[in-house]
Design a protein around this ligand. Structure first.
Ligand code: ADP
Length: 320
């Protein structure tokens, strides 16, 4: 029995009313947090018609941020893509460039599991924090999706904390992952752009299995070296490893859900539950399809070009 149905059952005859209130409260909460960051997106309206080339050119936010003078651009972007495609890598780079928070729901779930913080006071009251976390752990380690309610709860809390710190805009990674989540998000705020990262299927599994995280600084690395030979008219593809600096090398850990059978299940679930989200945004003219041509050195400049952005630091590093 799911956590929520246990919650609702335990609440007996008031279950329906409680459910409505809980969902509504959560949504109002989410809506409030989201709506504060939805003014003045700075995105050319053509982006909404799918004209991705018309995205904001004037990305001097990163400079402002470094000088401590400005706040992030009010972009409200979403990253879609299969497990292992690199959503986190590119969302985090864009977040630094534009000075907007990168919010990854997978990180929120992992932080929740790692911390002793209660998930949702309402759920915890009935089920108990340890049981709830146990359940969450089980879902994630099997590669299944956490319930929409729990994810929205975690996301709302993260947005509220950001709002308190004066954050504006966001780049979401890992949310929405179901059409229902997309509908909920669409109902409470206006997403400017959805970037759908795509990578050849044969590279995805290897990228997940090669993923490593520094247990100390949280840095993301990848030890996989992907070298797909061109065949039957299809081009080859090379993605070199992203190795850690020496001070992280001895502290690398692997995510518990980056095991082969779990990755295969995550890919299956992506195709079943998340693939329709692409169509949801495609129909609304918000989807920017982006085929990754290779590793970061090849892909990052092309992604910036597709978004009509410039990375001054990247230019320097390429020139160096
Ligand atoms: P991936 O590398 O598969 O994209 P994430 O780091 O985004 O993984 O998410 C890890 C896990 O967290 C997922 O397998 C799922 O259990 C849970 N999760 C993250 N985001 C969501 C979401 N929007 N809806 C449901 N479950 C989620």
């Amino acid at each position: 029995m799911s956590v929520l149905s246990r919650v609702w059952r335990a609440r007996g005859s008031t279950a329906a009313a409680t459910t409505t209130t809980t969902s509504l409260q959560t949504l109002i909460f989410l809506s409030r947090a989201l709506s504060t960051s939805c003014e003045n997106t700075g995105i050319d309206p053509k982006a909404k018609a799918g004209a991705a080339a018309a995205l904001p050119l004037n990305n001097n936010n990163s400079k402002k941020k470094k000088e401590g003078k400005g706040e992030g651009k009010h972009v409200q972007w979403v990253f879609l893509g299969c497990p292992g495609v690199g959503k986190g890598t590119y969302a985090s780079r864009l977040s630094n460039l534009l000075g907007v928070p990168h919010i990854a729901t997978g990180d929120l779930v992992r932080d929740e599991l790692a911390s002793s913080g209660p998930l949702s006071s309402q759920l915890v009251k009935v089920v108990g924090a340890s049981k709830l976390r146990g359940k969450l752990d089980e879902i994630v380690s099997q590669g299944k999706l956490v319930s929409d309610e729990i994810i929205i709860n975690l996301l709302s809390k993260r947005l509220e904390a950001g709002e308190a710190k004066g954050e504006a805009g966001f780049i979401l990674d890992g949310f929405p992952r179901t059409v229902r989540q997309a509908e909920i998000l669409e109902g409470v705020t206006d997403i400017d752009l959805v970037i759908n990262l795509k990578l050849r299927e044969e590279a995805l599994l290897a990228k997940c299995l090669g993923r490593r995280i520094c247990s100390e600084c949280g840095g993301n690395y990848n030890v996989a070296c992907i070298d797909i030979k061109g065949e039957n008219g299809n081009p080859g593809m090379y993605m070199g490893p992203l190795l850690p600096p020496p001070h992280c090398a001895s502290k690398l850990i692997t995510r518990s859900d980056d095991k082969e059978e779990v990755v295969r299940e995550r890919l299956r679930i992506y195709n079943e539950k998340s693939r329709p989200v692409e169509e949801f945004y495609r129909r609304r003219g918000k989807l920017l399809e982006f085929d990754l041509p290779g590793g970061i050195p090849e892909s990052w400049p092309k992604l910036l070009q597709a978004l009509n952005l410039e990375d001054p630091e990247d230019k320097q590093s390429v020139a160096a």
